[in-house]
Design a protein around this ligand. Structure first.
Ligand code: SAM
Ligand code: SF4
Length: 328
């Protein structure tokens, strides 16, 4: 029997972030400021069958949660089929998507019917003009309608990702709080991360989430205890608010000690960390069901090389040119 996924530092991995495309229709300043440009020879992204196999193998290795990401995952025409294929594995109890929200209003009900259990939508500003300046798309209203549609389709809660940027949205806590007062939204401020292409923006705009934490605490928000299966967010709640605030602070000491996730890129490479390594090719073992045992062995032995920390503090931005490349 192949053992479960545990690394040399005794961390257990039950969470897979699966990128299904690099393509995106937004041009977020911190991710794809010039828009998506295919690099080098044309790439084909994992097929539906390859996605079915990779999720089956991870499920057999103890994965309980999969997140579909990209690029913009919902741009794939077979996105609903992908959802259904991943949910063929009963062990995968949570199947989430991280999306820019562009297709939500139109498609979220069919995603839910196909088995999608959780939704994260990226919204960096509640001001339509600033939203457009950040994303390059005049789609604020469409994304807001999409979030409403997710509630209407039956999701009890929606998570929103907001990249925290100095002088862009770091002083807008009051308007974010007003927005979640009567909505069951967990709004998560993610500290801007330095990428290979984003060093200048990082120097200009990075600000620690500690500034938000301080304001929340002053206003009576309480930090929730962290469950063993929770992600890296520090979550705060307040009796007067239906929504919650999460803080994701990758530059904080010991962030990596709670790492429980692995990533597979849209071209089928296993990434042990978001930052700084080449990835272990899996695709040659995804062509046929008969290769699945070999595939498990490769994932397992690859995991032993996972480092203790991302070493971002030492200025390591790794080879990741931007987060759309292996899925943020
Ligand atoms: N296109 C989808 C979206 O935007 O939600 C999914 C892919 S996107 C790469 C995943 C998440 O990574 C988004 O919430 C985005 O805001 C975040 N992200 C991208 N670049 C980032 C950076 N340099 N620092 C912090 N978060 C980043
Ligand atoms: Fe596209 Fe998401 Fe990157 Fe924005 S953060 S450019 S929506 S992949």
């Amino acid at each position: 029997m192949v053992p479960q996924l545990i690394d040399a530092f005794e961390r257990k991995f039950y969470y897979l972030r699966l990128s299904i495309t690099d393509v995106c229709n937004f041009r977020c300043t911190y991710c794809l400021p010039e828009g998506y440009k295919p690099s080098g020879s044309p790439k084909t992204f994992l097929s539906l069958d390859e996605i079915r196999r990779v999720s089956r193998v991870f499920a057999e290795l103890g994965t309980e949660k999969v997140r579909l990401t990209g690029g913009e995952p919902s741009l794939r025409r077979d996105f609903t089929e992908i959802i259904a294929a991943v949910r063929e594995n009963p062990a995968i109890r949570t199947l989430a998507v991280t999306t820019n929200g562009y297709r939500l209003a139109r498609d979220v009900a069919s995603w839910r019917d196909a088995g999608l259990t959780a939704i994260n939508v990226s919204v960096d500003s509640l001001d339509p003009r600033q939203f457009q300046a950040i994303t390059g798309q005049d789609k604020f209203r469409q994304v807001m309608d999409g979030i409403d549609a997710a509630f209407a389709a039956g999701y009890q809660r929606v998570k929103v990702n907001t990249v925290l940027m100095r002088d862009i949205n770091h002083q807008k806590l009051a308007s974010f709080l007003a927005w979640i007062k009567h909505r069951p939204i967990q709004l998560r401020f993610i500290e801007l991360m330095e990428t290979g292409e984003g060093s200048q923006l990082f120097r200009q705009r990075h600000i620690s989430g500690a500034i938000i934490r301080q304001q929340l605490q002053q206003q009576g928000w309480q930090q929730q205890p962290r469950g063993t299966h929770d992600g890296p967010a520090q979550v705060f709640s307040h009796p007067d608010y239906q929504g919650e605030i999460g803080l994701i602070m990758p530059y904080e000491k010991d962030f990596c000690t709670t790492c429980n996730r692995l990533r597979v890129s849209a071209i089928g490479n296993l990434h042990l960390c978001l930052f700084g390594e080449q990835g272990i090719p899996l695709r040659d073992l995804l062509a046929d069901d008969s290769q699945l045992t070999q595939l498990k062995m490769r994932i397992h032995s690859g995991l032993q090389a996972k480092k203790q920390s991302h070493f971002l503090h030492q200025g390591n931005s790794g080879i990741t040119p931007n987060l759309s490349f292996i899925g943020g």
